[in-house]
Design a protein around this ligand. Sequence first.
Ligand SMILES: Nc1ncnc2c1ncn2[C@@H]1O[C@H](COP(=O)(O)OP(=O)(O)OP(=O)(O)O)[C@@H](O)[C@H]1O
Length: 531
Amino acid sequence: MALVDKWSGLWSAVASFIFLWSMLQKHVPPSLILRLATWSNKVVTYFNPYLQITINEYGGAERFRRSDFFKNVETYLSDACARRARKLKAELGKDSKKLQVAVDDHEEVTDTFAGVTLWWYASKKTQKSNVVSWYPGEDERRYYRVVFHRSHRDLVVDSYLPYVQEEGRAITVRNRQRRLFTNNAGGGGGGYRSRAWSHVPFEHPATFDTLAMDPVEKETVIDDLSAFMEAKEYYAKVGKPWKRGYLLYGPPGTGKSTMIAAMANFLDYDVYDLELTAVKNNTELRKLFIETTGKSIIVIEDIDCSVDLTGKRKEKKKKTEEEDDDGPKPPMQPPEKDDGTKVTLSGLLNFIDGLWSACGGERIIIFTTNHKEKLDPALIRRGRMDKHIEMSYCTFQSFKVLARNYLDIHDDDHHLFPEIRQLLEETDMTPADVAENLMPMSKKKKKDADACLAALVEALKKAKEDAAAKALADAKAKEEEEAKAKEKAAAEAKKAEEAEDKKDDQEEKDKTSDSKKVTSNGDIKVLVGDK
Ligand SMILES: Nc1ncnc2c1ncn2[C@@H]1O[C@H](COP(=O)(O)OP(=O)(O)OP(=O)(O)O)[C@@H](O)[C@H]1O
């Protein structure tokens, strides 16, 4: 009965308020109503201890683009607070295969930061526009609103919101589908909407666990990458762009590309595979670089074969040295010209450490080569290529990684291991060739570790025999070449000796005939010959 009384009291109060309000609107001028509303707002604000901050989906400098801050808040709330919400929505992200679950509109969730409670509220407002929207929902603008006690204003503005922004960004990076980019021929300069890079999802499964290489060297690379990732402030402090260069060198099939994939997976970076032969000139190269994003690895494979960047300076230098030895100094060599028709060494050096290499930050540049000695020293000096990593033939340590990957052998006591260790020390076989031997012989046949290892032993023995035969043939060829050279030198020496003898004989003959002339003529002038 008491409850019914309370409700009827409330309804009558509401009804009185509505009546009063309608009377007020009828009899009081609108300017006074506006002033009354402003005052009442002020009174409410004065007594309300809570503040609110709104983060709009569009607005400010980003009128036509979804605000990054809004996206980061959305990601943060989905990750940190969605579990506490009762109304959620699920969407398939643009770049992600993962289902993204977010807090639904008109739903409130709480969060705590440094012991302070905050309330988040998601909602949307409809744009008032005369223009008919093209897509359903286009005129709706969503926003997030955070409410907190006014005593925590500084904490929220200075610490909490930047934290939400950073966390949201980090979660986005963790969840995104990474991409493998390749440059389009012509640098994407083919008109409207043409792009410099095309991409596919990056799904290479290689990791440092599956990479076969010397464990100590592997650890050094991992440490180096970890230090790079965490060194944002250090690079800023010393005034260097946040980038690092790696040179991977070694024979084909030793795992250079596999190492790049392992690095990308370790760092969670995108990969830009730059095909230099498809780049027209330095301008295009610069454009390609500018269009890369941060948190990426830029790779130029087989740099020695990509463009003629290697020999020119050396040839010029050699020529200059030869001419120095032989006589007059040549005129100064002109610097390598950029006539806009090719990528030059200086263009590539600019690409690595030019001014614009600082934009975006957090980039790794990797060159690979099978012939380190062919590269211009300027290209690979420390500071440009900070770390040189040699990928070598398969060692026993590397083999053990491959045996674990391919055959699930986790201990060292397989009876064939000692023989394999011995053979690997005696012969050069790339990890690619070792891996090939560890693959199951046919799809139908069950993978048999013993059979695979036996096949590897045979392959190693054969490789050893082939190498020995080749070394023998090479030595024989060298011996024959040396013998031939010796023979040739001896023949030439003999020829020279004979020529010398002939010359001496002739001189002797000439002397005899001249002296005869003197005796018969008795004329002194005839002594110097026929002249
Ligand atoms: N060190 C390694 N660890 C694990 N697998 C390897 C390794 N080296 C080679 N492989 C295997 O051999 C294949 C070829 O290796 P990869 O392409 O990485 O060699 P590369 O040195 O880049 O060769 P190239 O110089 O010809 O480009 C890889 O797909 C991988 O299966």
